[in-house]
Write a protein that binds this ligand. Structure first.
Ligand code: BDR
Ligand code: CA
Length: 314
């Protein structure tokens, strides 16, 4: 089977880790690069986590480092309650042997896109700083991409300071997001979709049970991650049962998981109350963005369970 080359630009991140695991478990995908951006935790950690995740899942992708700060206003969060110590649920990795690429994330993204000449699917599941930088440096990037899928935005937000109008990934770097939406056709898997796909405690129980029987590093990692996610959702009141980033990947593995509608979407980047909102205009403008609307939650939950089984039985 000819595999689709993909790049995942990410800020791991608990749900980023599930996204990488899911993509790597799909026989139709070849992850050619993981590119790290600052977001859930500082860049030094998202970079380290990308290296470790590549090794944990035995991917063998290029790992390239990207932005350490957003394009305009600074953003820095030492730790995240949602993502736990270090960014992936406090799970300790063995010191990685893998070395990052010498080239920056945006150079690797462009070079791989040119190499695969229109076949590459680019996923971005963190702030869009690396993608905006790639588009500034290489304005012809869009013609080399097969598809561009993000986890970000949506019909509502999760950043309290904006009255829950903005979603985290867009809010961290609204200028980057604005530029990206203007230059690329975006498949936007936003919060309305990811919350509708939230997995249940029984789903985590199954993921934990399955991975407890595995005897390899990936299975052990997913076991710990699922335990953290379950506790952090149902016992500590975070929403780690919303596995946002993995839904963006799932939507490309099985088109039945997410149904899109095409609308005109722009990003508010002025420092006003709703900065970072993805404003969806359903009438009057030429549609430029595929907005994820309907979700098949049982199908998504089953995909996460099957992903765990894939690693446990390896
Ligand atoms: C997004 O923000 C991050 O916390 C998650 O990794 C996800 O990409 C959800 O708003
Ligand atoms: Ca993320």
């Amino acid at each position: 089977m000819k595999r689709i080359p993909i790049i995942i630009d990410c800020d791991p991140g608990v749900d980023d880790s599930y996204a990488i695991a899911l993509a790597n478990s799909h026989p139709g995908f070849e992850i050619v690069a993981l590119t790290a951006v600052e977001g859930n935790v500082p860049a030094v950690l998202t970079r380290y986590n990308c290296l470790c995740l590549d090794e944990t899942f035995d991917i063998g992708a290029k790992v390239a480092y990207g932005a350490t700060v957003p394009l305009v206003r600074p953003y820095f969060r030492e730790e995240s309650v949602t993502h736990g110590e270090g960014g992936v649920g406090g799970i300790q990795f063995p010191e990685p042997q893998k070395q990052p690429e010498e080239k920056a994330a945006w150079d690797v993204i462009y070079e791989e896109a040119v190499k695969y000449n229109g076949e590459l699917v680019l996923f971005a599941v963190g702030p869009l700083t690396n993608i905006a930088t790639a588009l500034r440096k290489y304005p012809d990037l869009p013609k080399y991409l097969k598809k561009f899928v993000i986890m970000g935005g949506g019909t509502f937000g999760n950043v309290t300071a904006t009255g829950a109008k903005a979603e985290f990934n867009i809010w961290v770097d609204p200028l980057a997001a604005k530029e990206v939406f203007e230059k690329l056709e975006v498949y936007m898997v936003g919060l309305n979709a990811t919350h509708a796909a939230a997995v249940e405690a029984k789903d985590f129980d199954e993921m934990i049970e399955i991975t407890s029987k595995g005897t390899n590093r990936a299975s052990d990692f997913l076991n710990k991650l699922s335990k953290f996610s379950k506790e952090n959702s149902f016992e500590r009141g975070q929403d780690n049962n919303v596995i946002h980033d993995a839904l963006a990947i799932a939507s490309e593995i099985n088109p039945d998981v997410v149904k899109y509608e095409k609308h005109y979407v722009w990003v508010e980047d002025r420092e006003i109350e709703n900065v970072g909102e993805t404003v969806i205009e359903k009438e009057g403008k030429e549609p430029n963005c595929w907005v994820a609307m309907d979700v098949d939650q049982p199908l998504f939950a089953q995909m996460m369970i099957d992903c765990c089984r894939y690693y446990a039985e390896k």
